[in-house]
Ligand binder design. Structure first.
Ligand code: HMG
Ligand code: MG
Length: 298
């Protein structure tokens, strides 16, 4: 078995985690959360999205958040952008990275972004040609890669083609999203093998939701294929408002605990992360959606 020596934890809690919360979280709490994550030495933190506030009201304050957080130069703060309008805001706010998101599922594309898959690819081209003028990095997301809440199975070949397209367009990385957390390790391996025929494994990130309790097993499987970036969410917050039943992303602290056990370096201390997990969970008056965080306190 070979594992990478080092893994980069890409924190999605403030965006993917909070976007699904019904009650609007105060700006001060979001800013504290992000600053605490920075202090844990996480180097990439997705802080919000410049999407339509009618579609995702919880993210309507992302423009304020980006102004208020600490911004050490060694940390990157990606924002999700679905169209040129979002990108204009990202440019105004001097975001260092934008994330584009597409899917091979026609129905999910329509439900999530109100456009067909081919229209979404045009949007990606427009976004990338705009941000290239401003020295902003672009990350690509592919959703529903191991199953769609509307269409069921999604073709791995189509996902692999889209991954190649995103990299050819200029994304520095493509994150493969199991949006509804239905995938199992064998499926994950098959998909990652196919995608990595045309995209370097170093440029592929794994984004597992934990709806069916498979996320850690899936991560354990793809780590052995050489995946070095894992999308995780503090306290296991998360879900997608346009994927019914999609619960949290895999918890940052659970992944960190497993990586520590394997001996993979991250530069992040478990005890620091657990404190942040309890900070946001206490605010929300609920237990962290993380076995590790619960075990450490109780
Ligand atoms: P639309 O309704 O077709 O857009 O939505 P529109 O162009 O007709 O505009 C409608 C209104 O929204 C207009 O306002 C626009 O100005 C405004 P009005 O004139 O009615 O007052 N608008 C915007 N406002 C702010 N920022 C913008 C923006 N664009 C339009 N960027 C649209 C199309 C793409 C905008 C919409 O569908 C949308 O915002 N979708 C985003 C949905 C979303 O954020 N989903 C969750 C993220 S994806 C995810 O979670 C999966 C992932 O985690 C990976 C995984 O797990 O698989 C990434
Ligand atoms: Mg997600």
């Amino acid at each position: 078995m070979t594992f990478p020596r080092k893994v980069n934890l890409y924190e999605v809690g403030p965006r993917d985690g909070l976007q699904n919360e019904k009650e609007i979280i105060p700006i001060g709490v979001k800013v504290n959360l992000i600053n605490k994550l920075i202090n844990c030495n996480i180097k990439e933190i997705e802080i919000g999205s410049f999407v339509s506030p009618k579609w995702v009201p919880q993210m309507a304050d992302s423009e304020i958040i980006i102004d208020k957080i600490n911004k050490p130069e060694t940390t990157s703060f990606p924002v999700l952008t679905p169209n040129l309008k979002g990108v204009q805001k990202a440019i105004e706010k001097k975001a260092d990275t934008v994330c584009v998101f597409v899917t091979a599922s026609e129905t999910f594309s329509k439900k999530n972004t109100n456009c067909t898959v081919s229209e979404s690819l045009k949007r990606v081209e427009e976004i990338i040609s705009e941000v290239k003028k401003h020295n902003i990095k672009v990350r690509g997301y592919l959703s529903c890669v191991l199953g769609c809440p509307y269409e069921g199975k999604v073709s791995y070949e189509s996902t692999a083609d889209l991954a190649s397209f995103l990299i050819e367009q200029g994304c520095y990385q493509v994150s493969l999203g199991d949006t509804i957390g239905c995938g199992t390790p064998f499926d994950a391996i098959k998909l990652f093998e196919l995608v990595s025929k045309n995209v370097n494994i170093e440029n592929i990130a794994a984004h597992f939701h934990d709806t069916y309790g498979q996320a850690l097993s899936n991560i354990y499987a793809v780590l052995q294929m050489g995946v070095q970036t894992l999308d995780t969410s503090i306290a296991g917050l998360g879900g997608c408002p346009y994927a019914k039943g999609a619960t949290g992303n895999v918890a940052t602290e659970d992944v960190l605990y497993m990586l520590n056990g394997i001996g993979i370096k991250t530069g992040i201390k478990l005890k620091d992360i657990i404190k942040v997990s309890w900070y946001i969970s206490n605010y929300m008056k609920r237990l962290p959606n993380s076995k590790v965080a619960r075990a450490y306190v109780n």
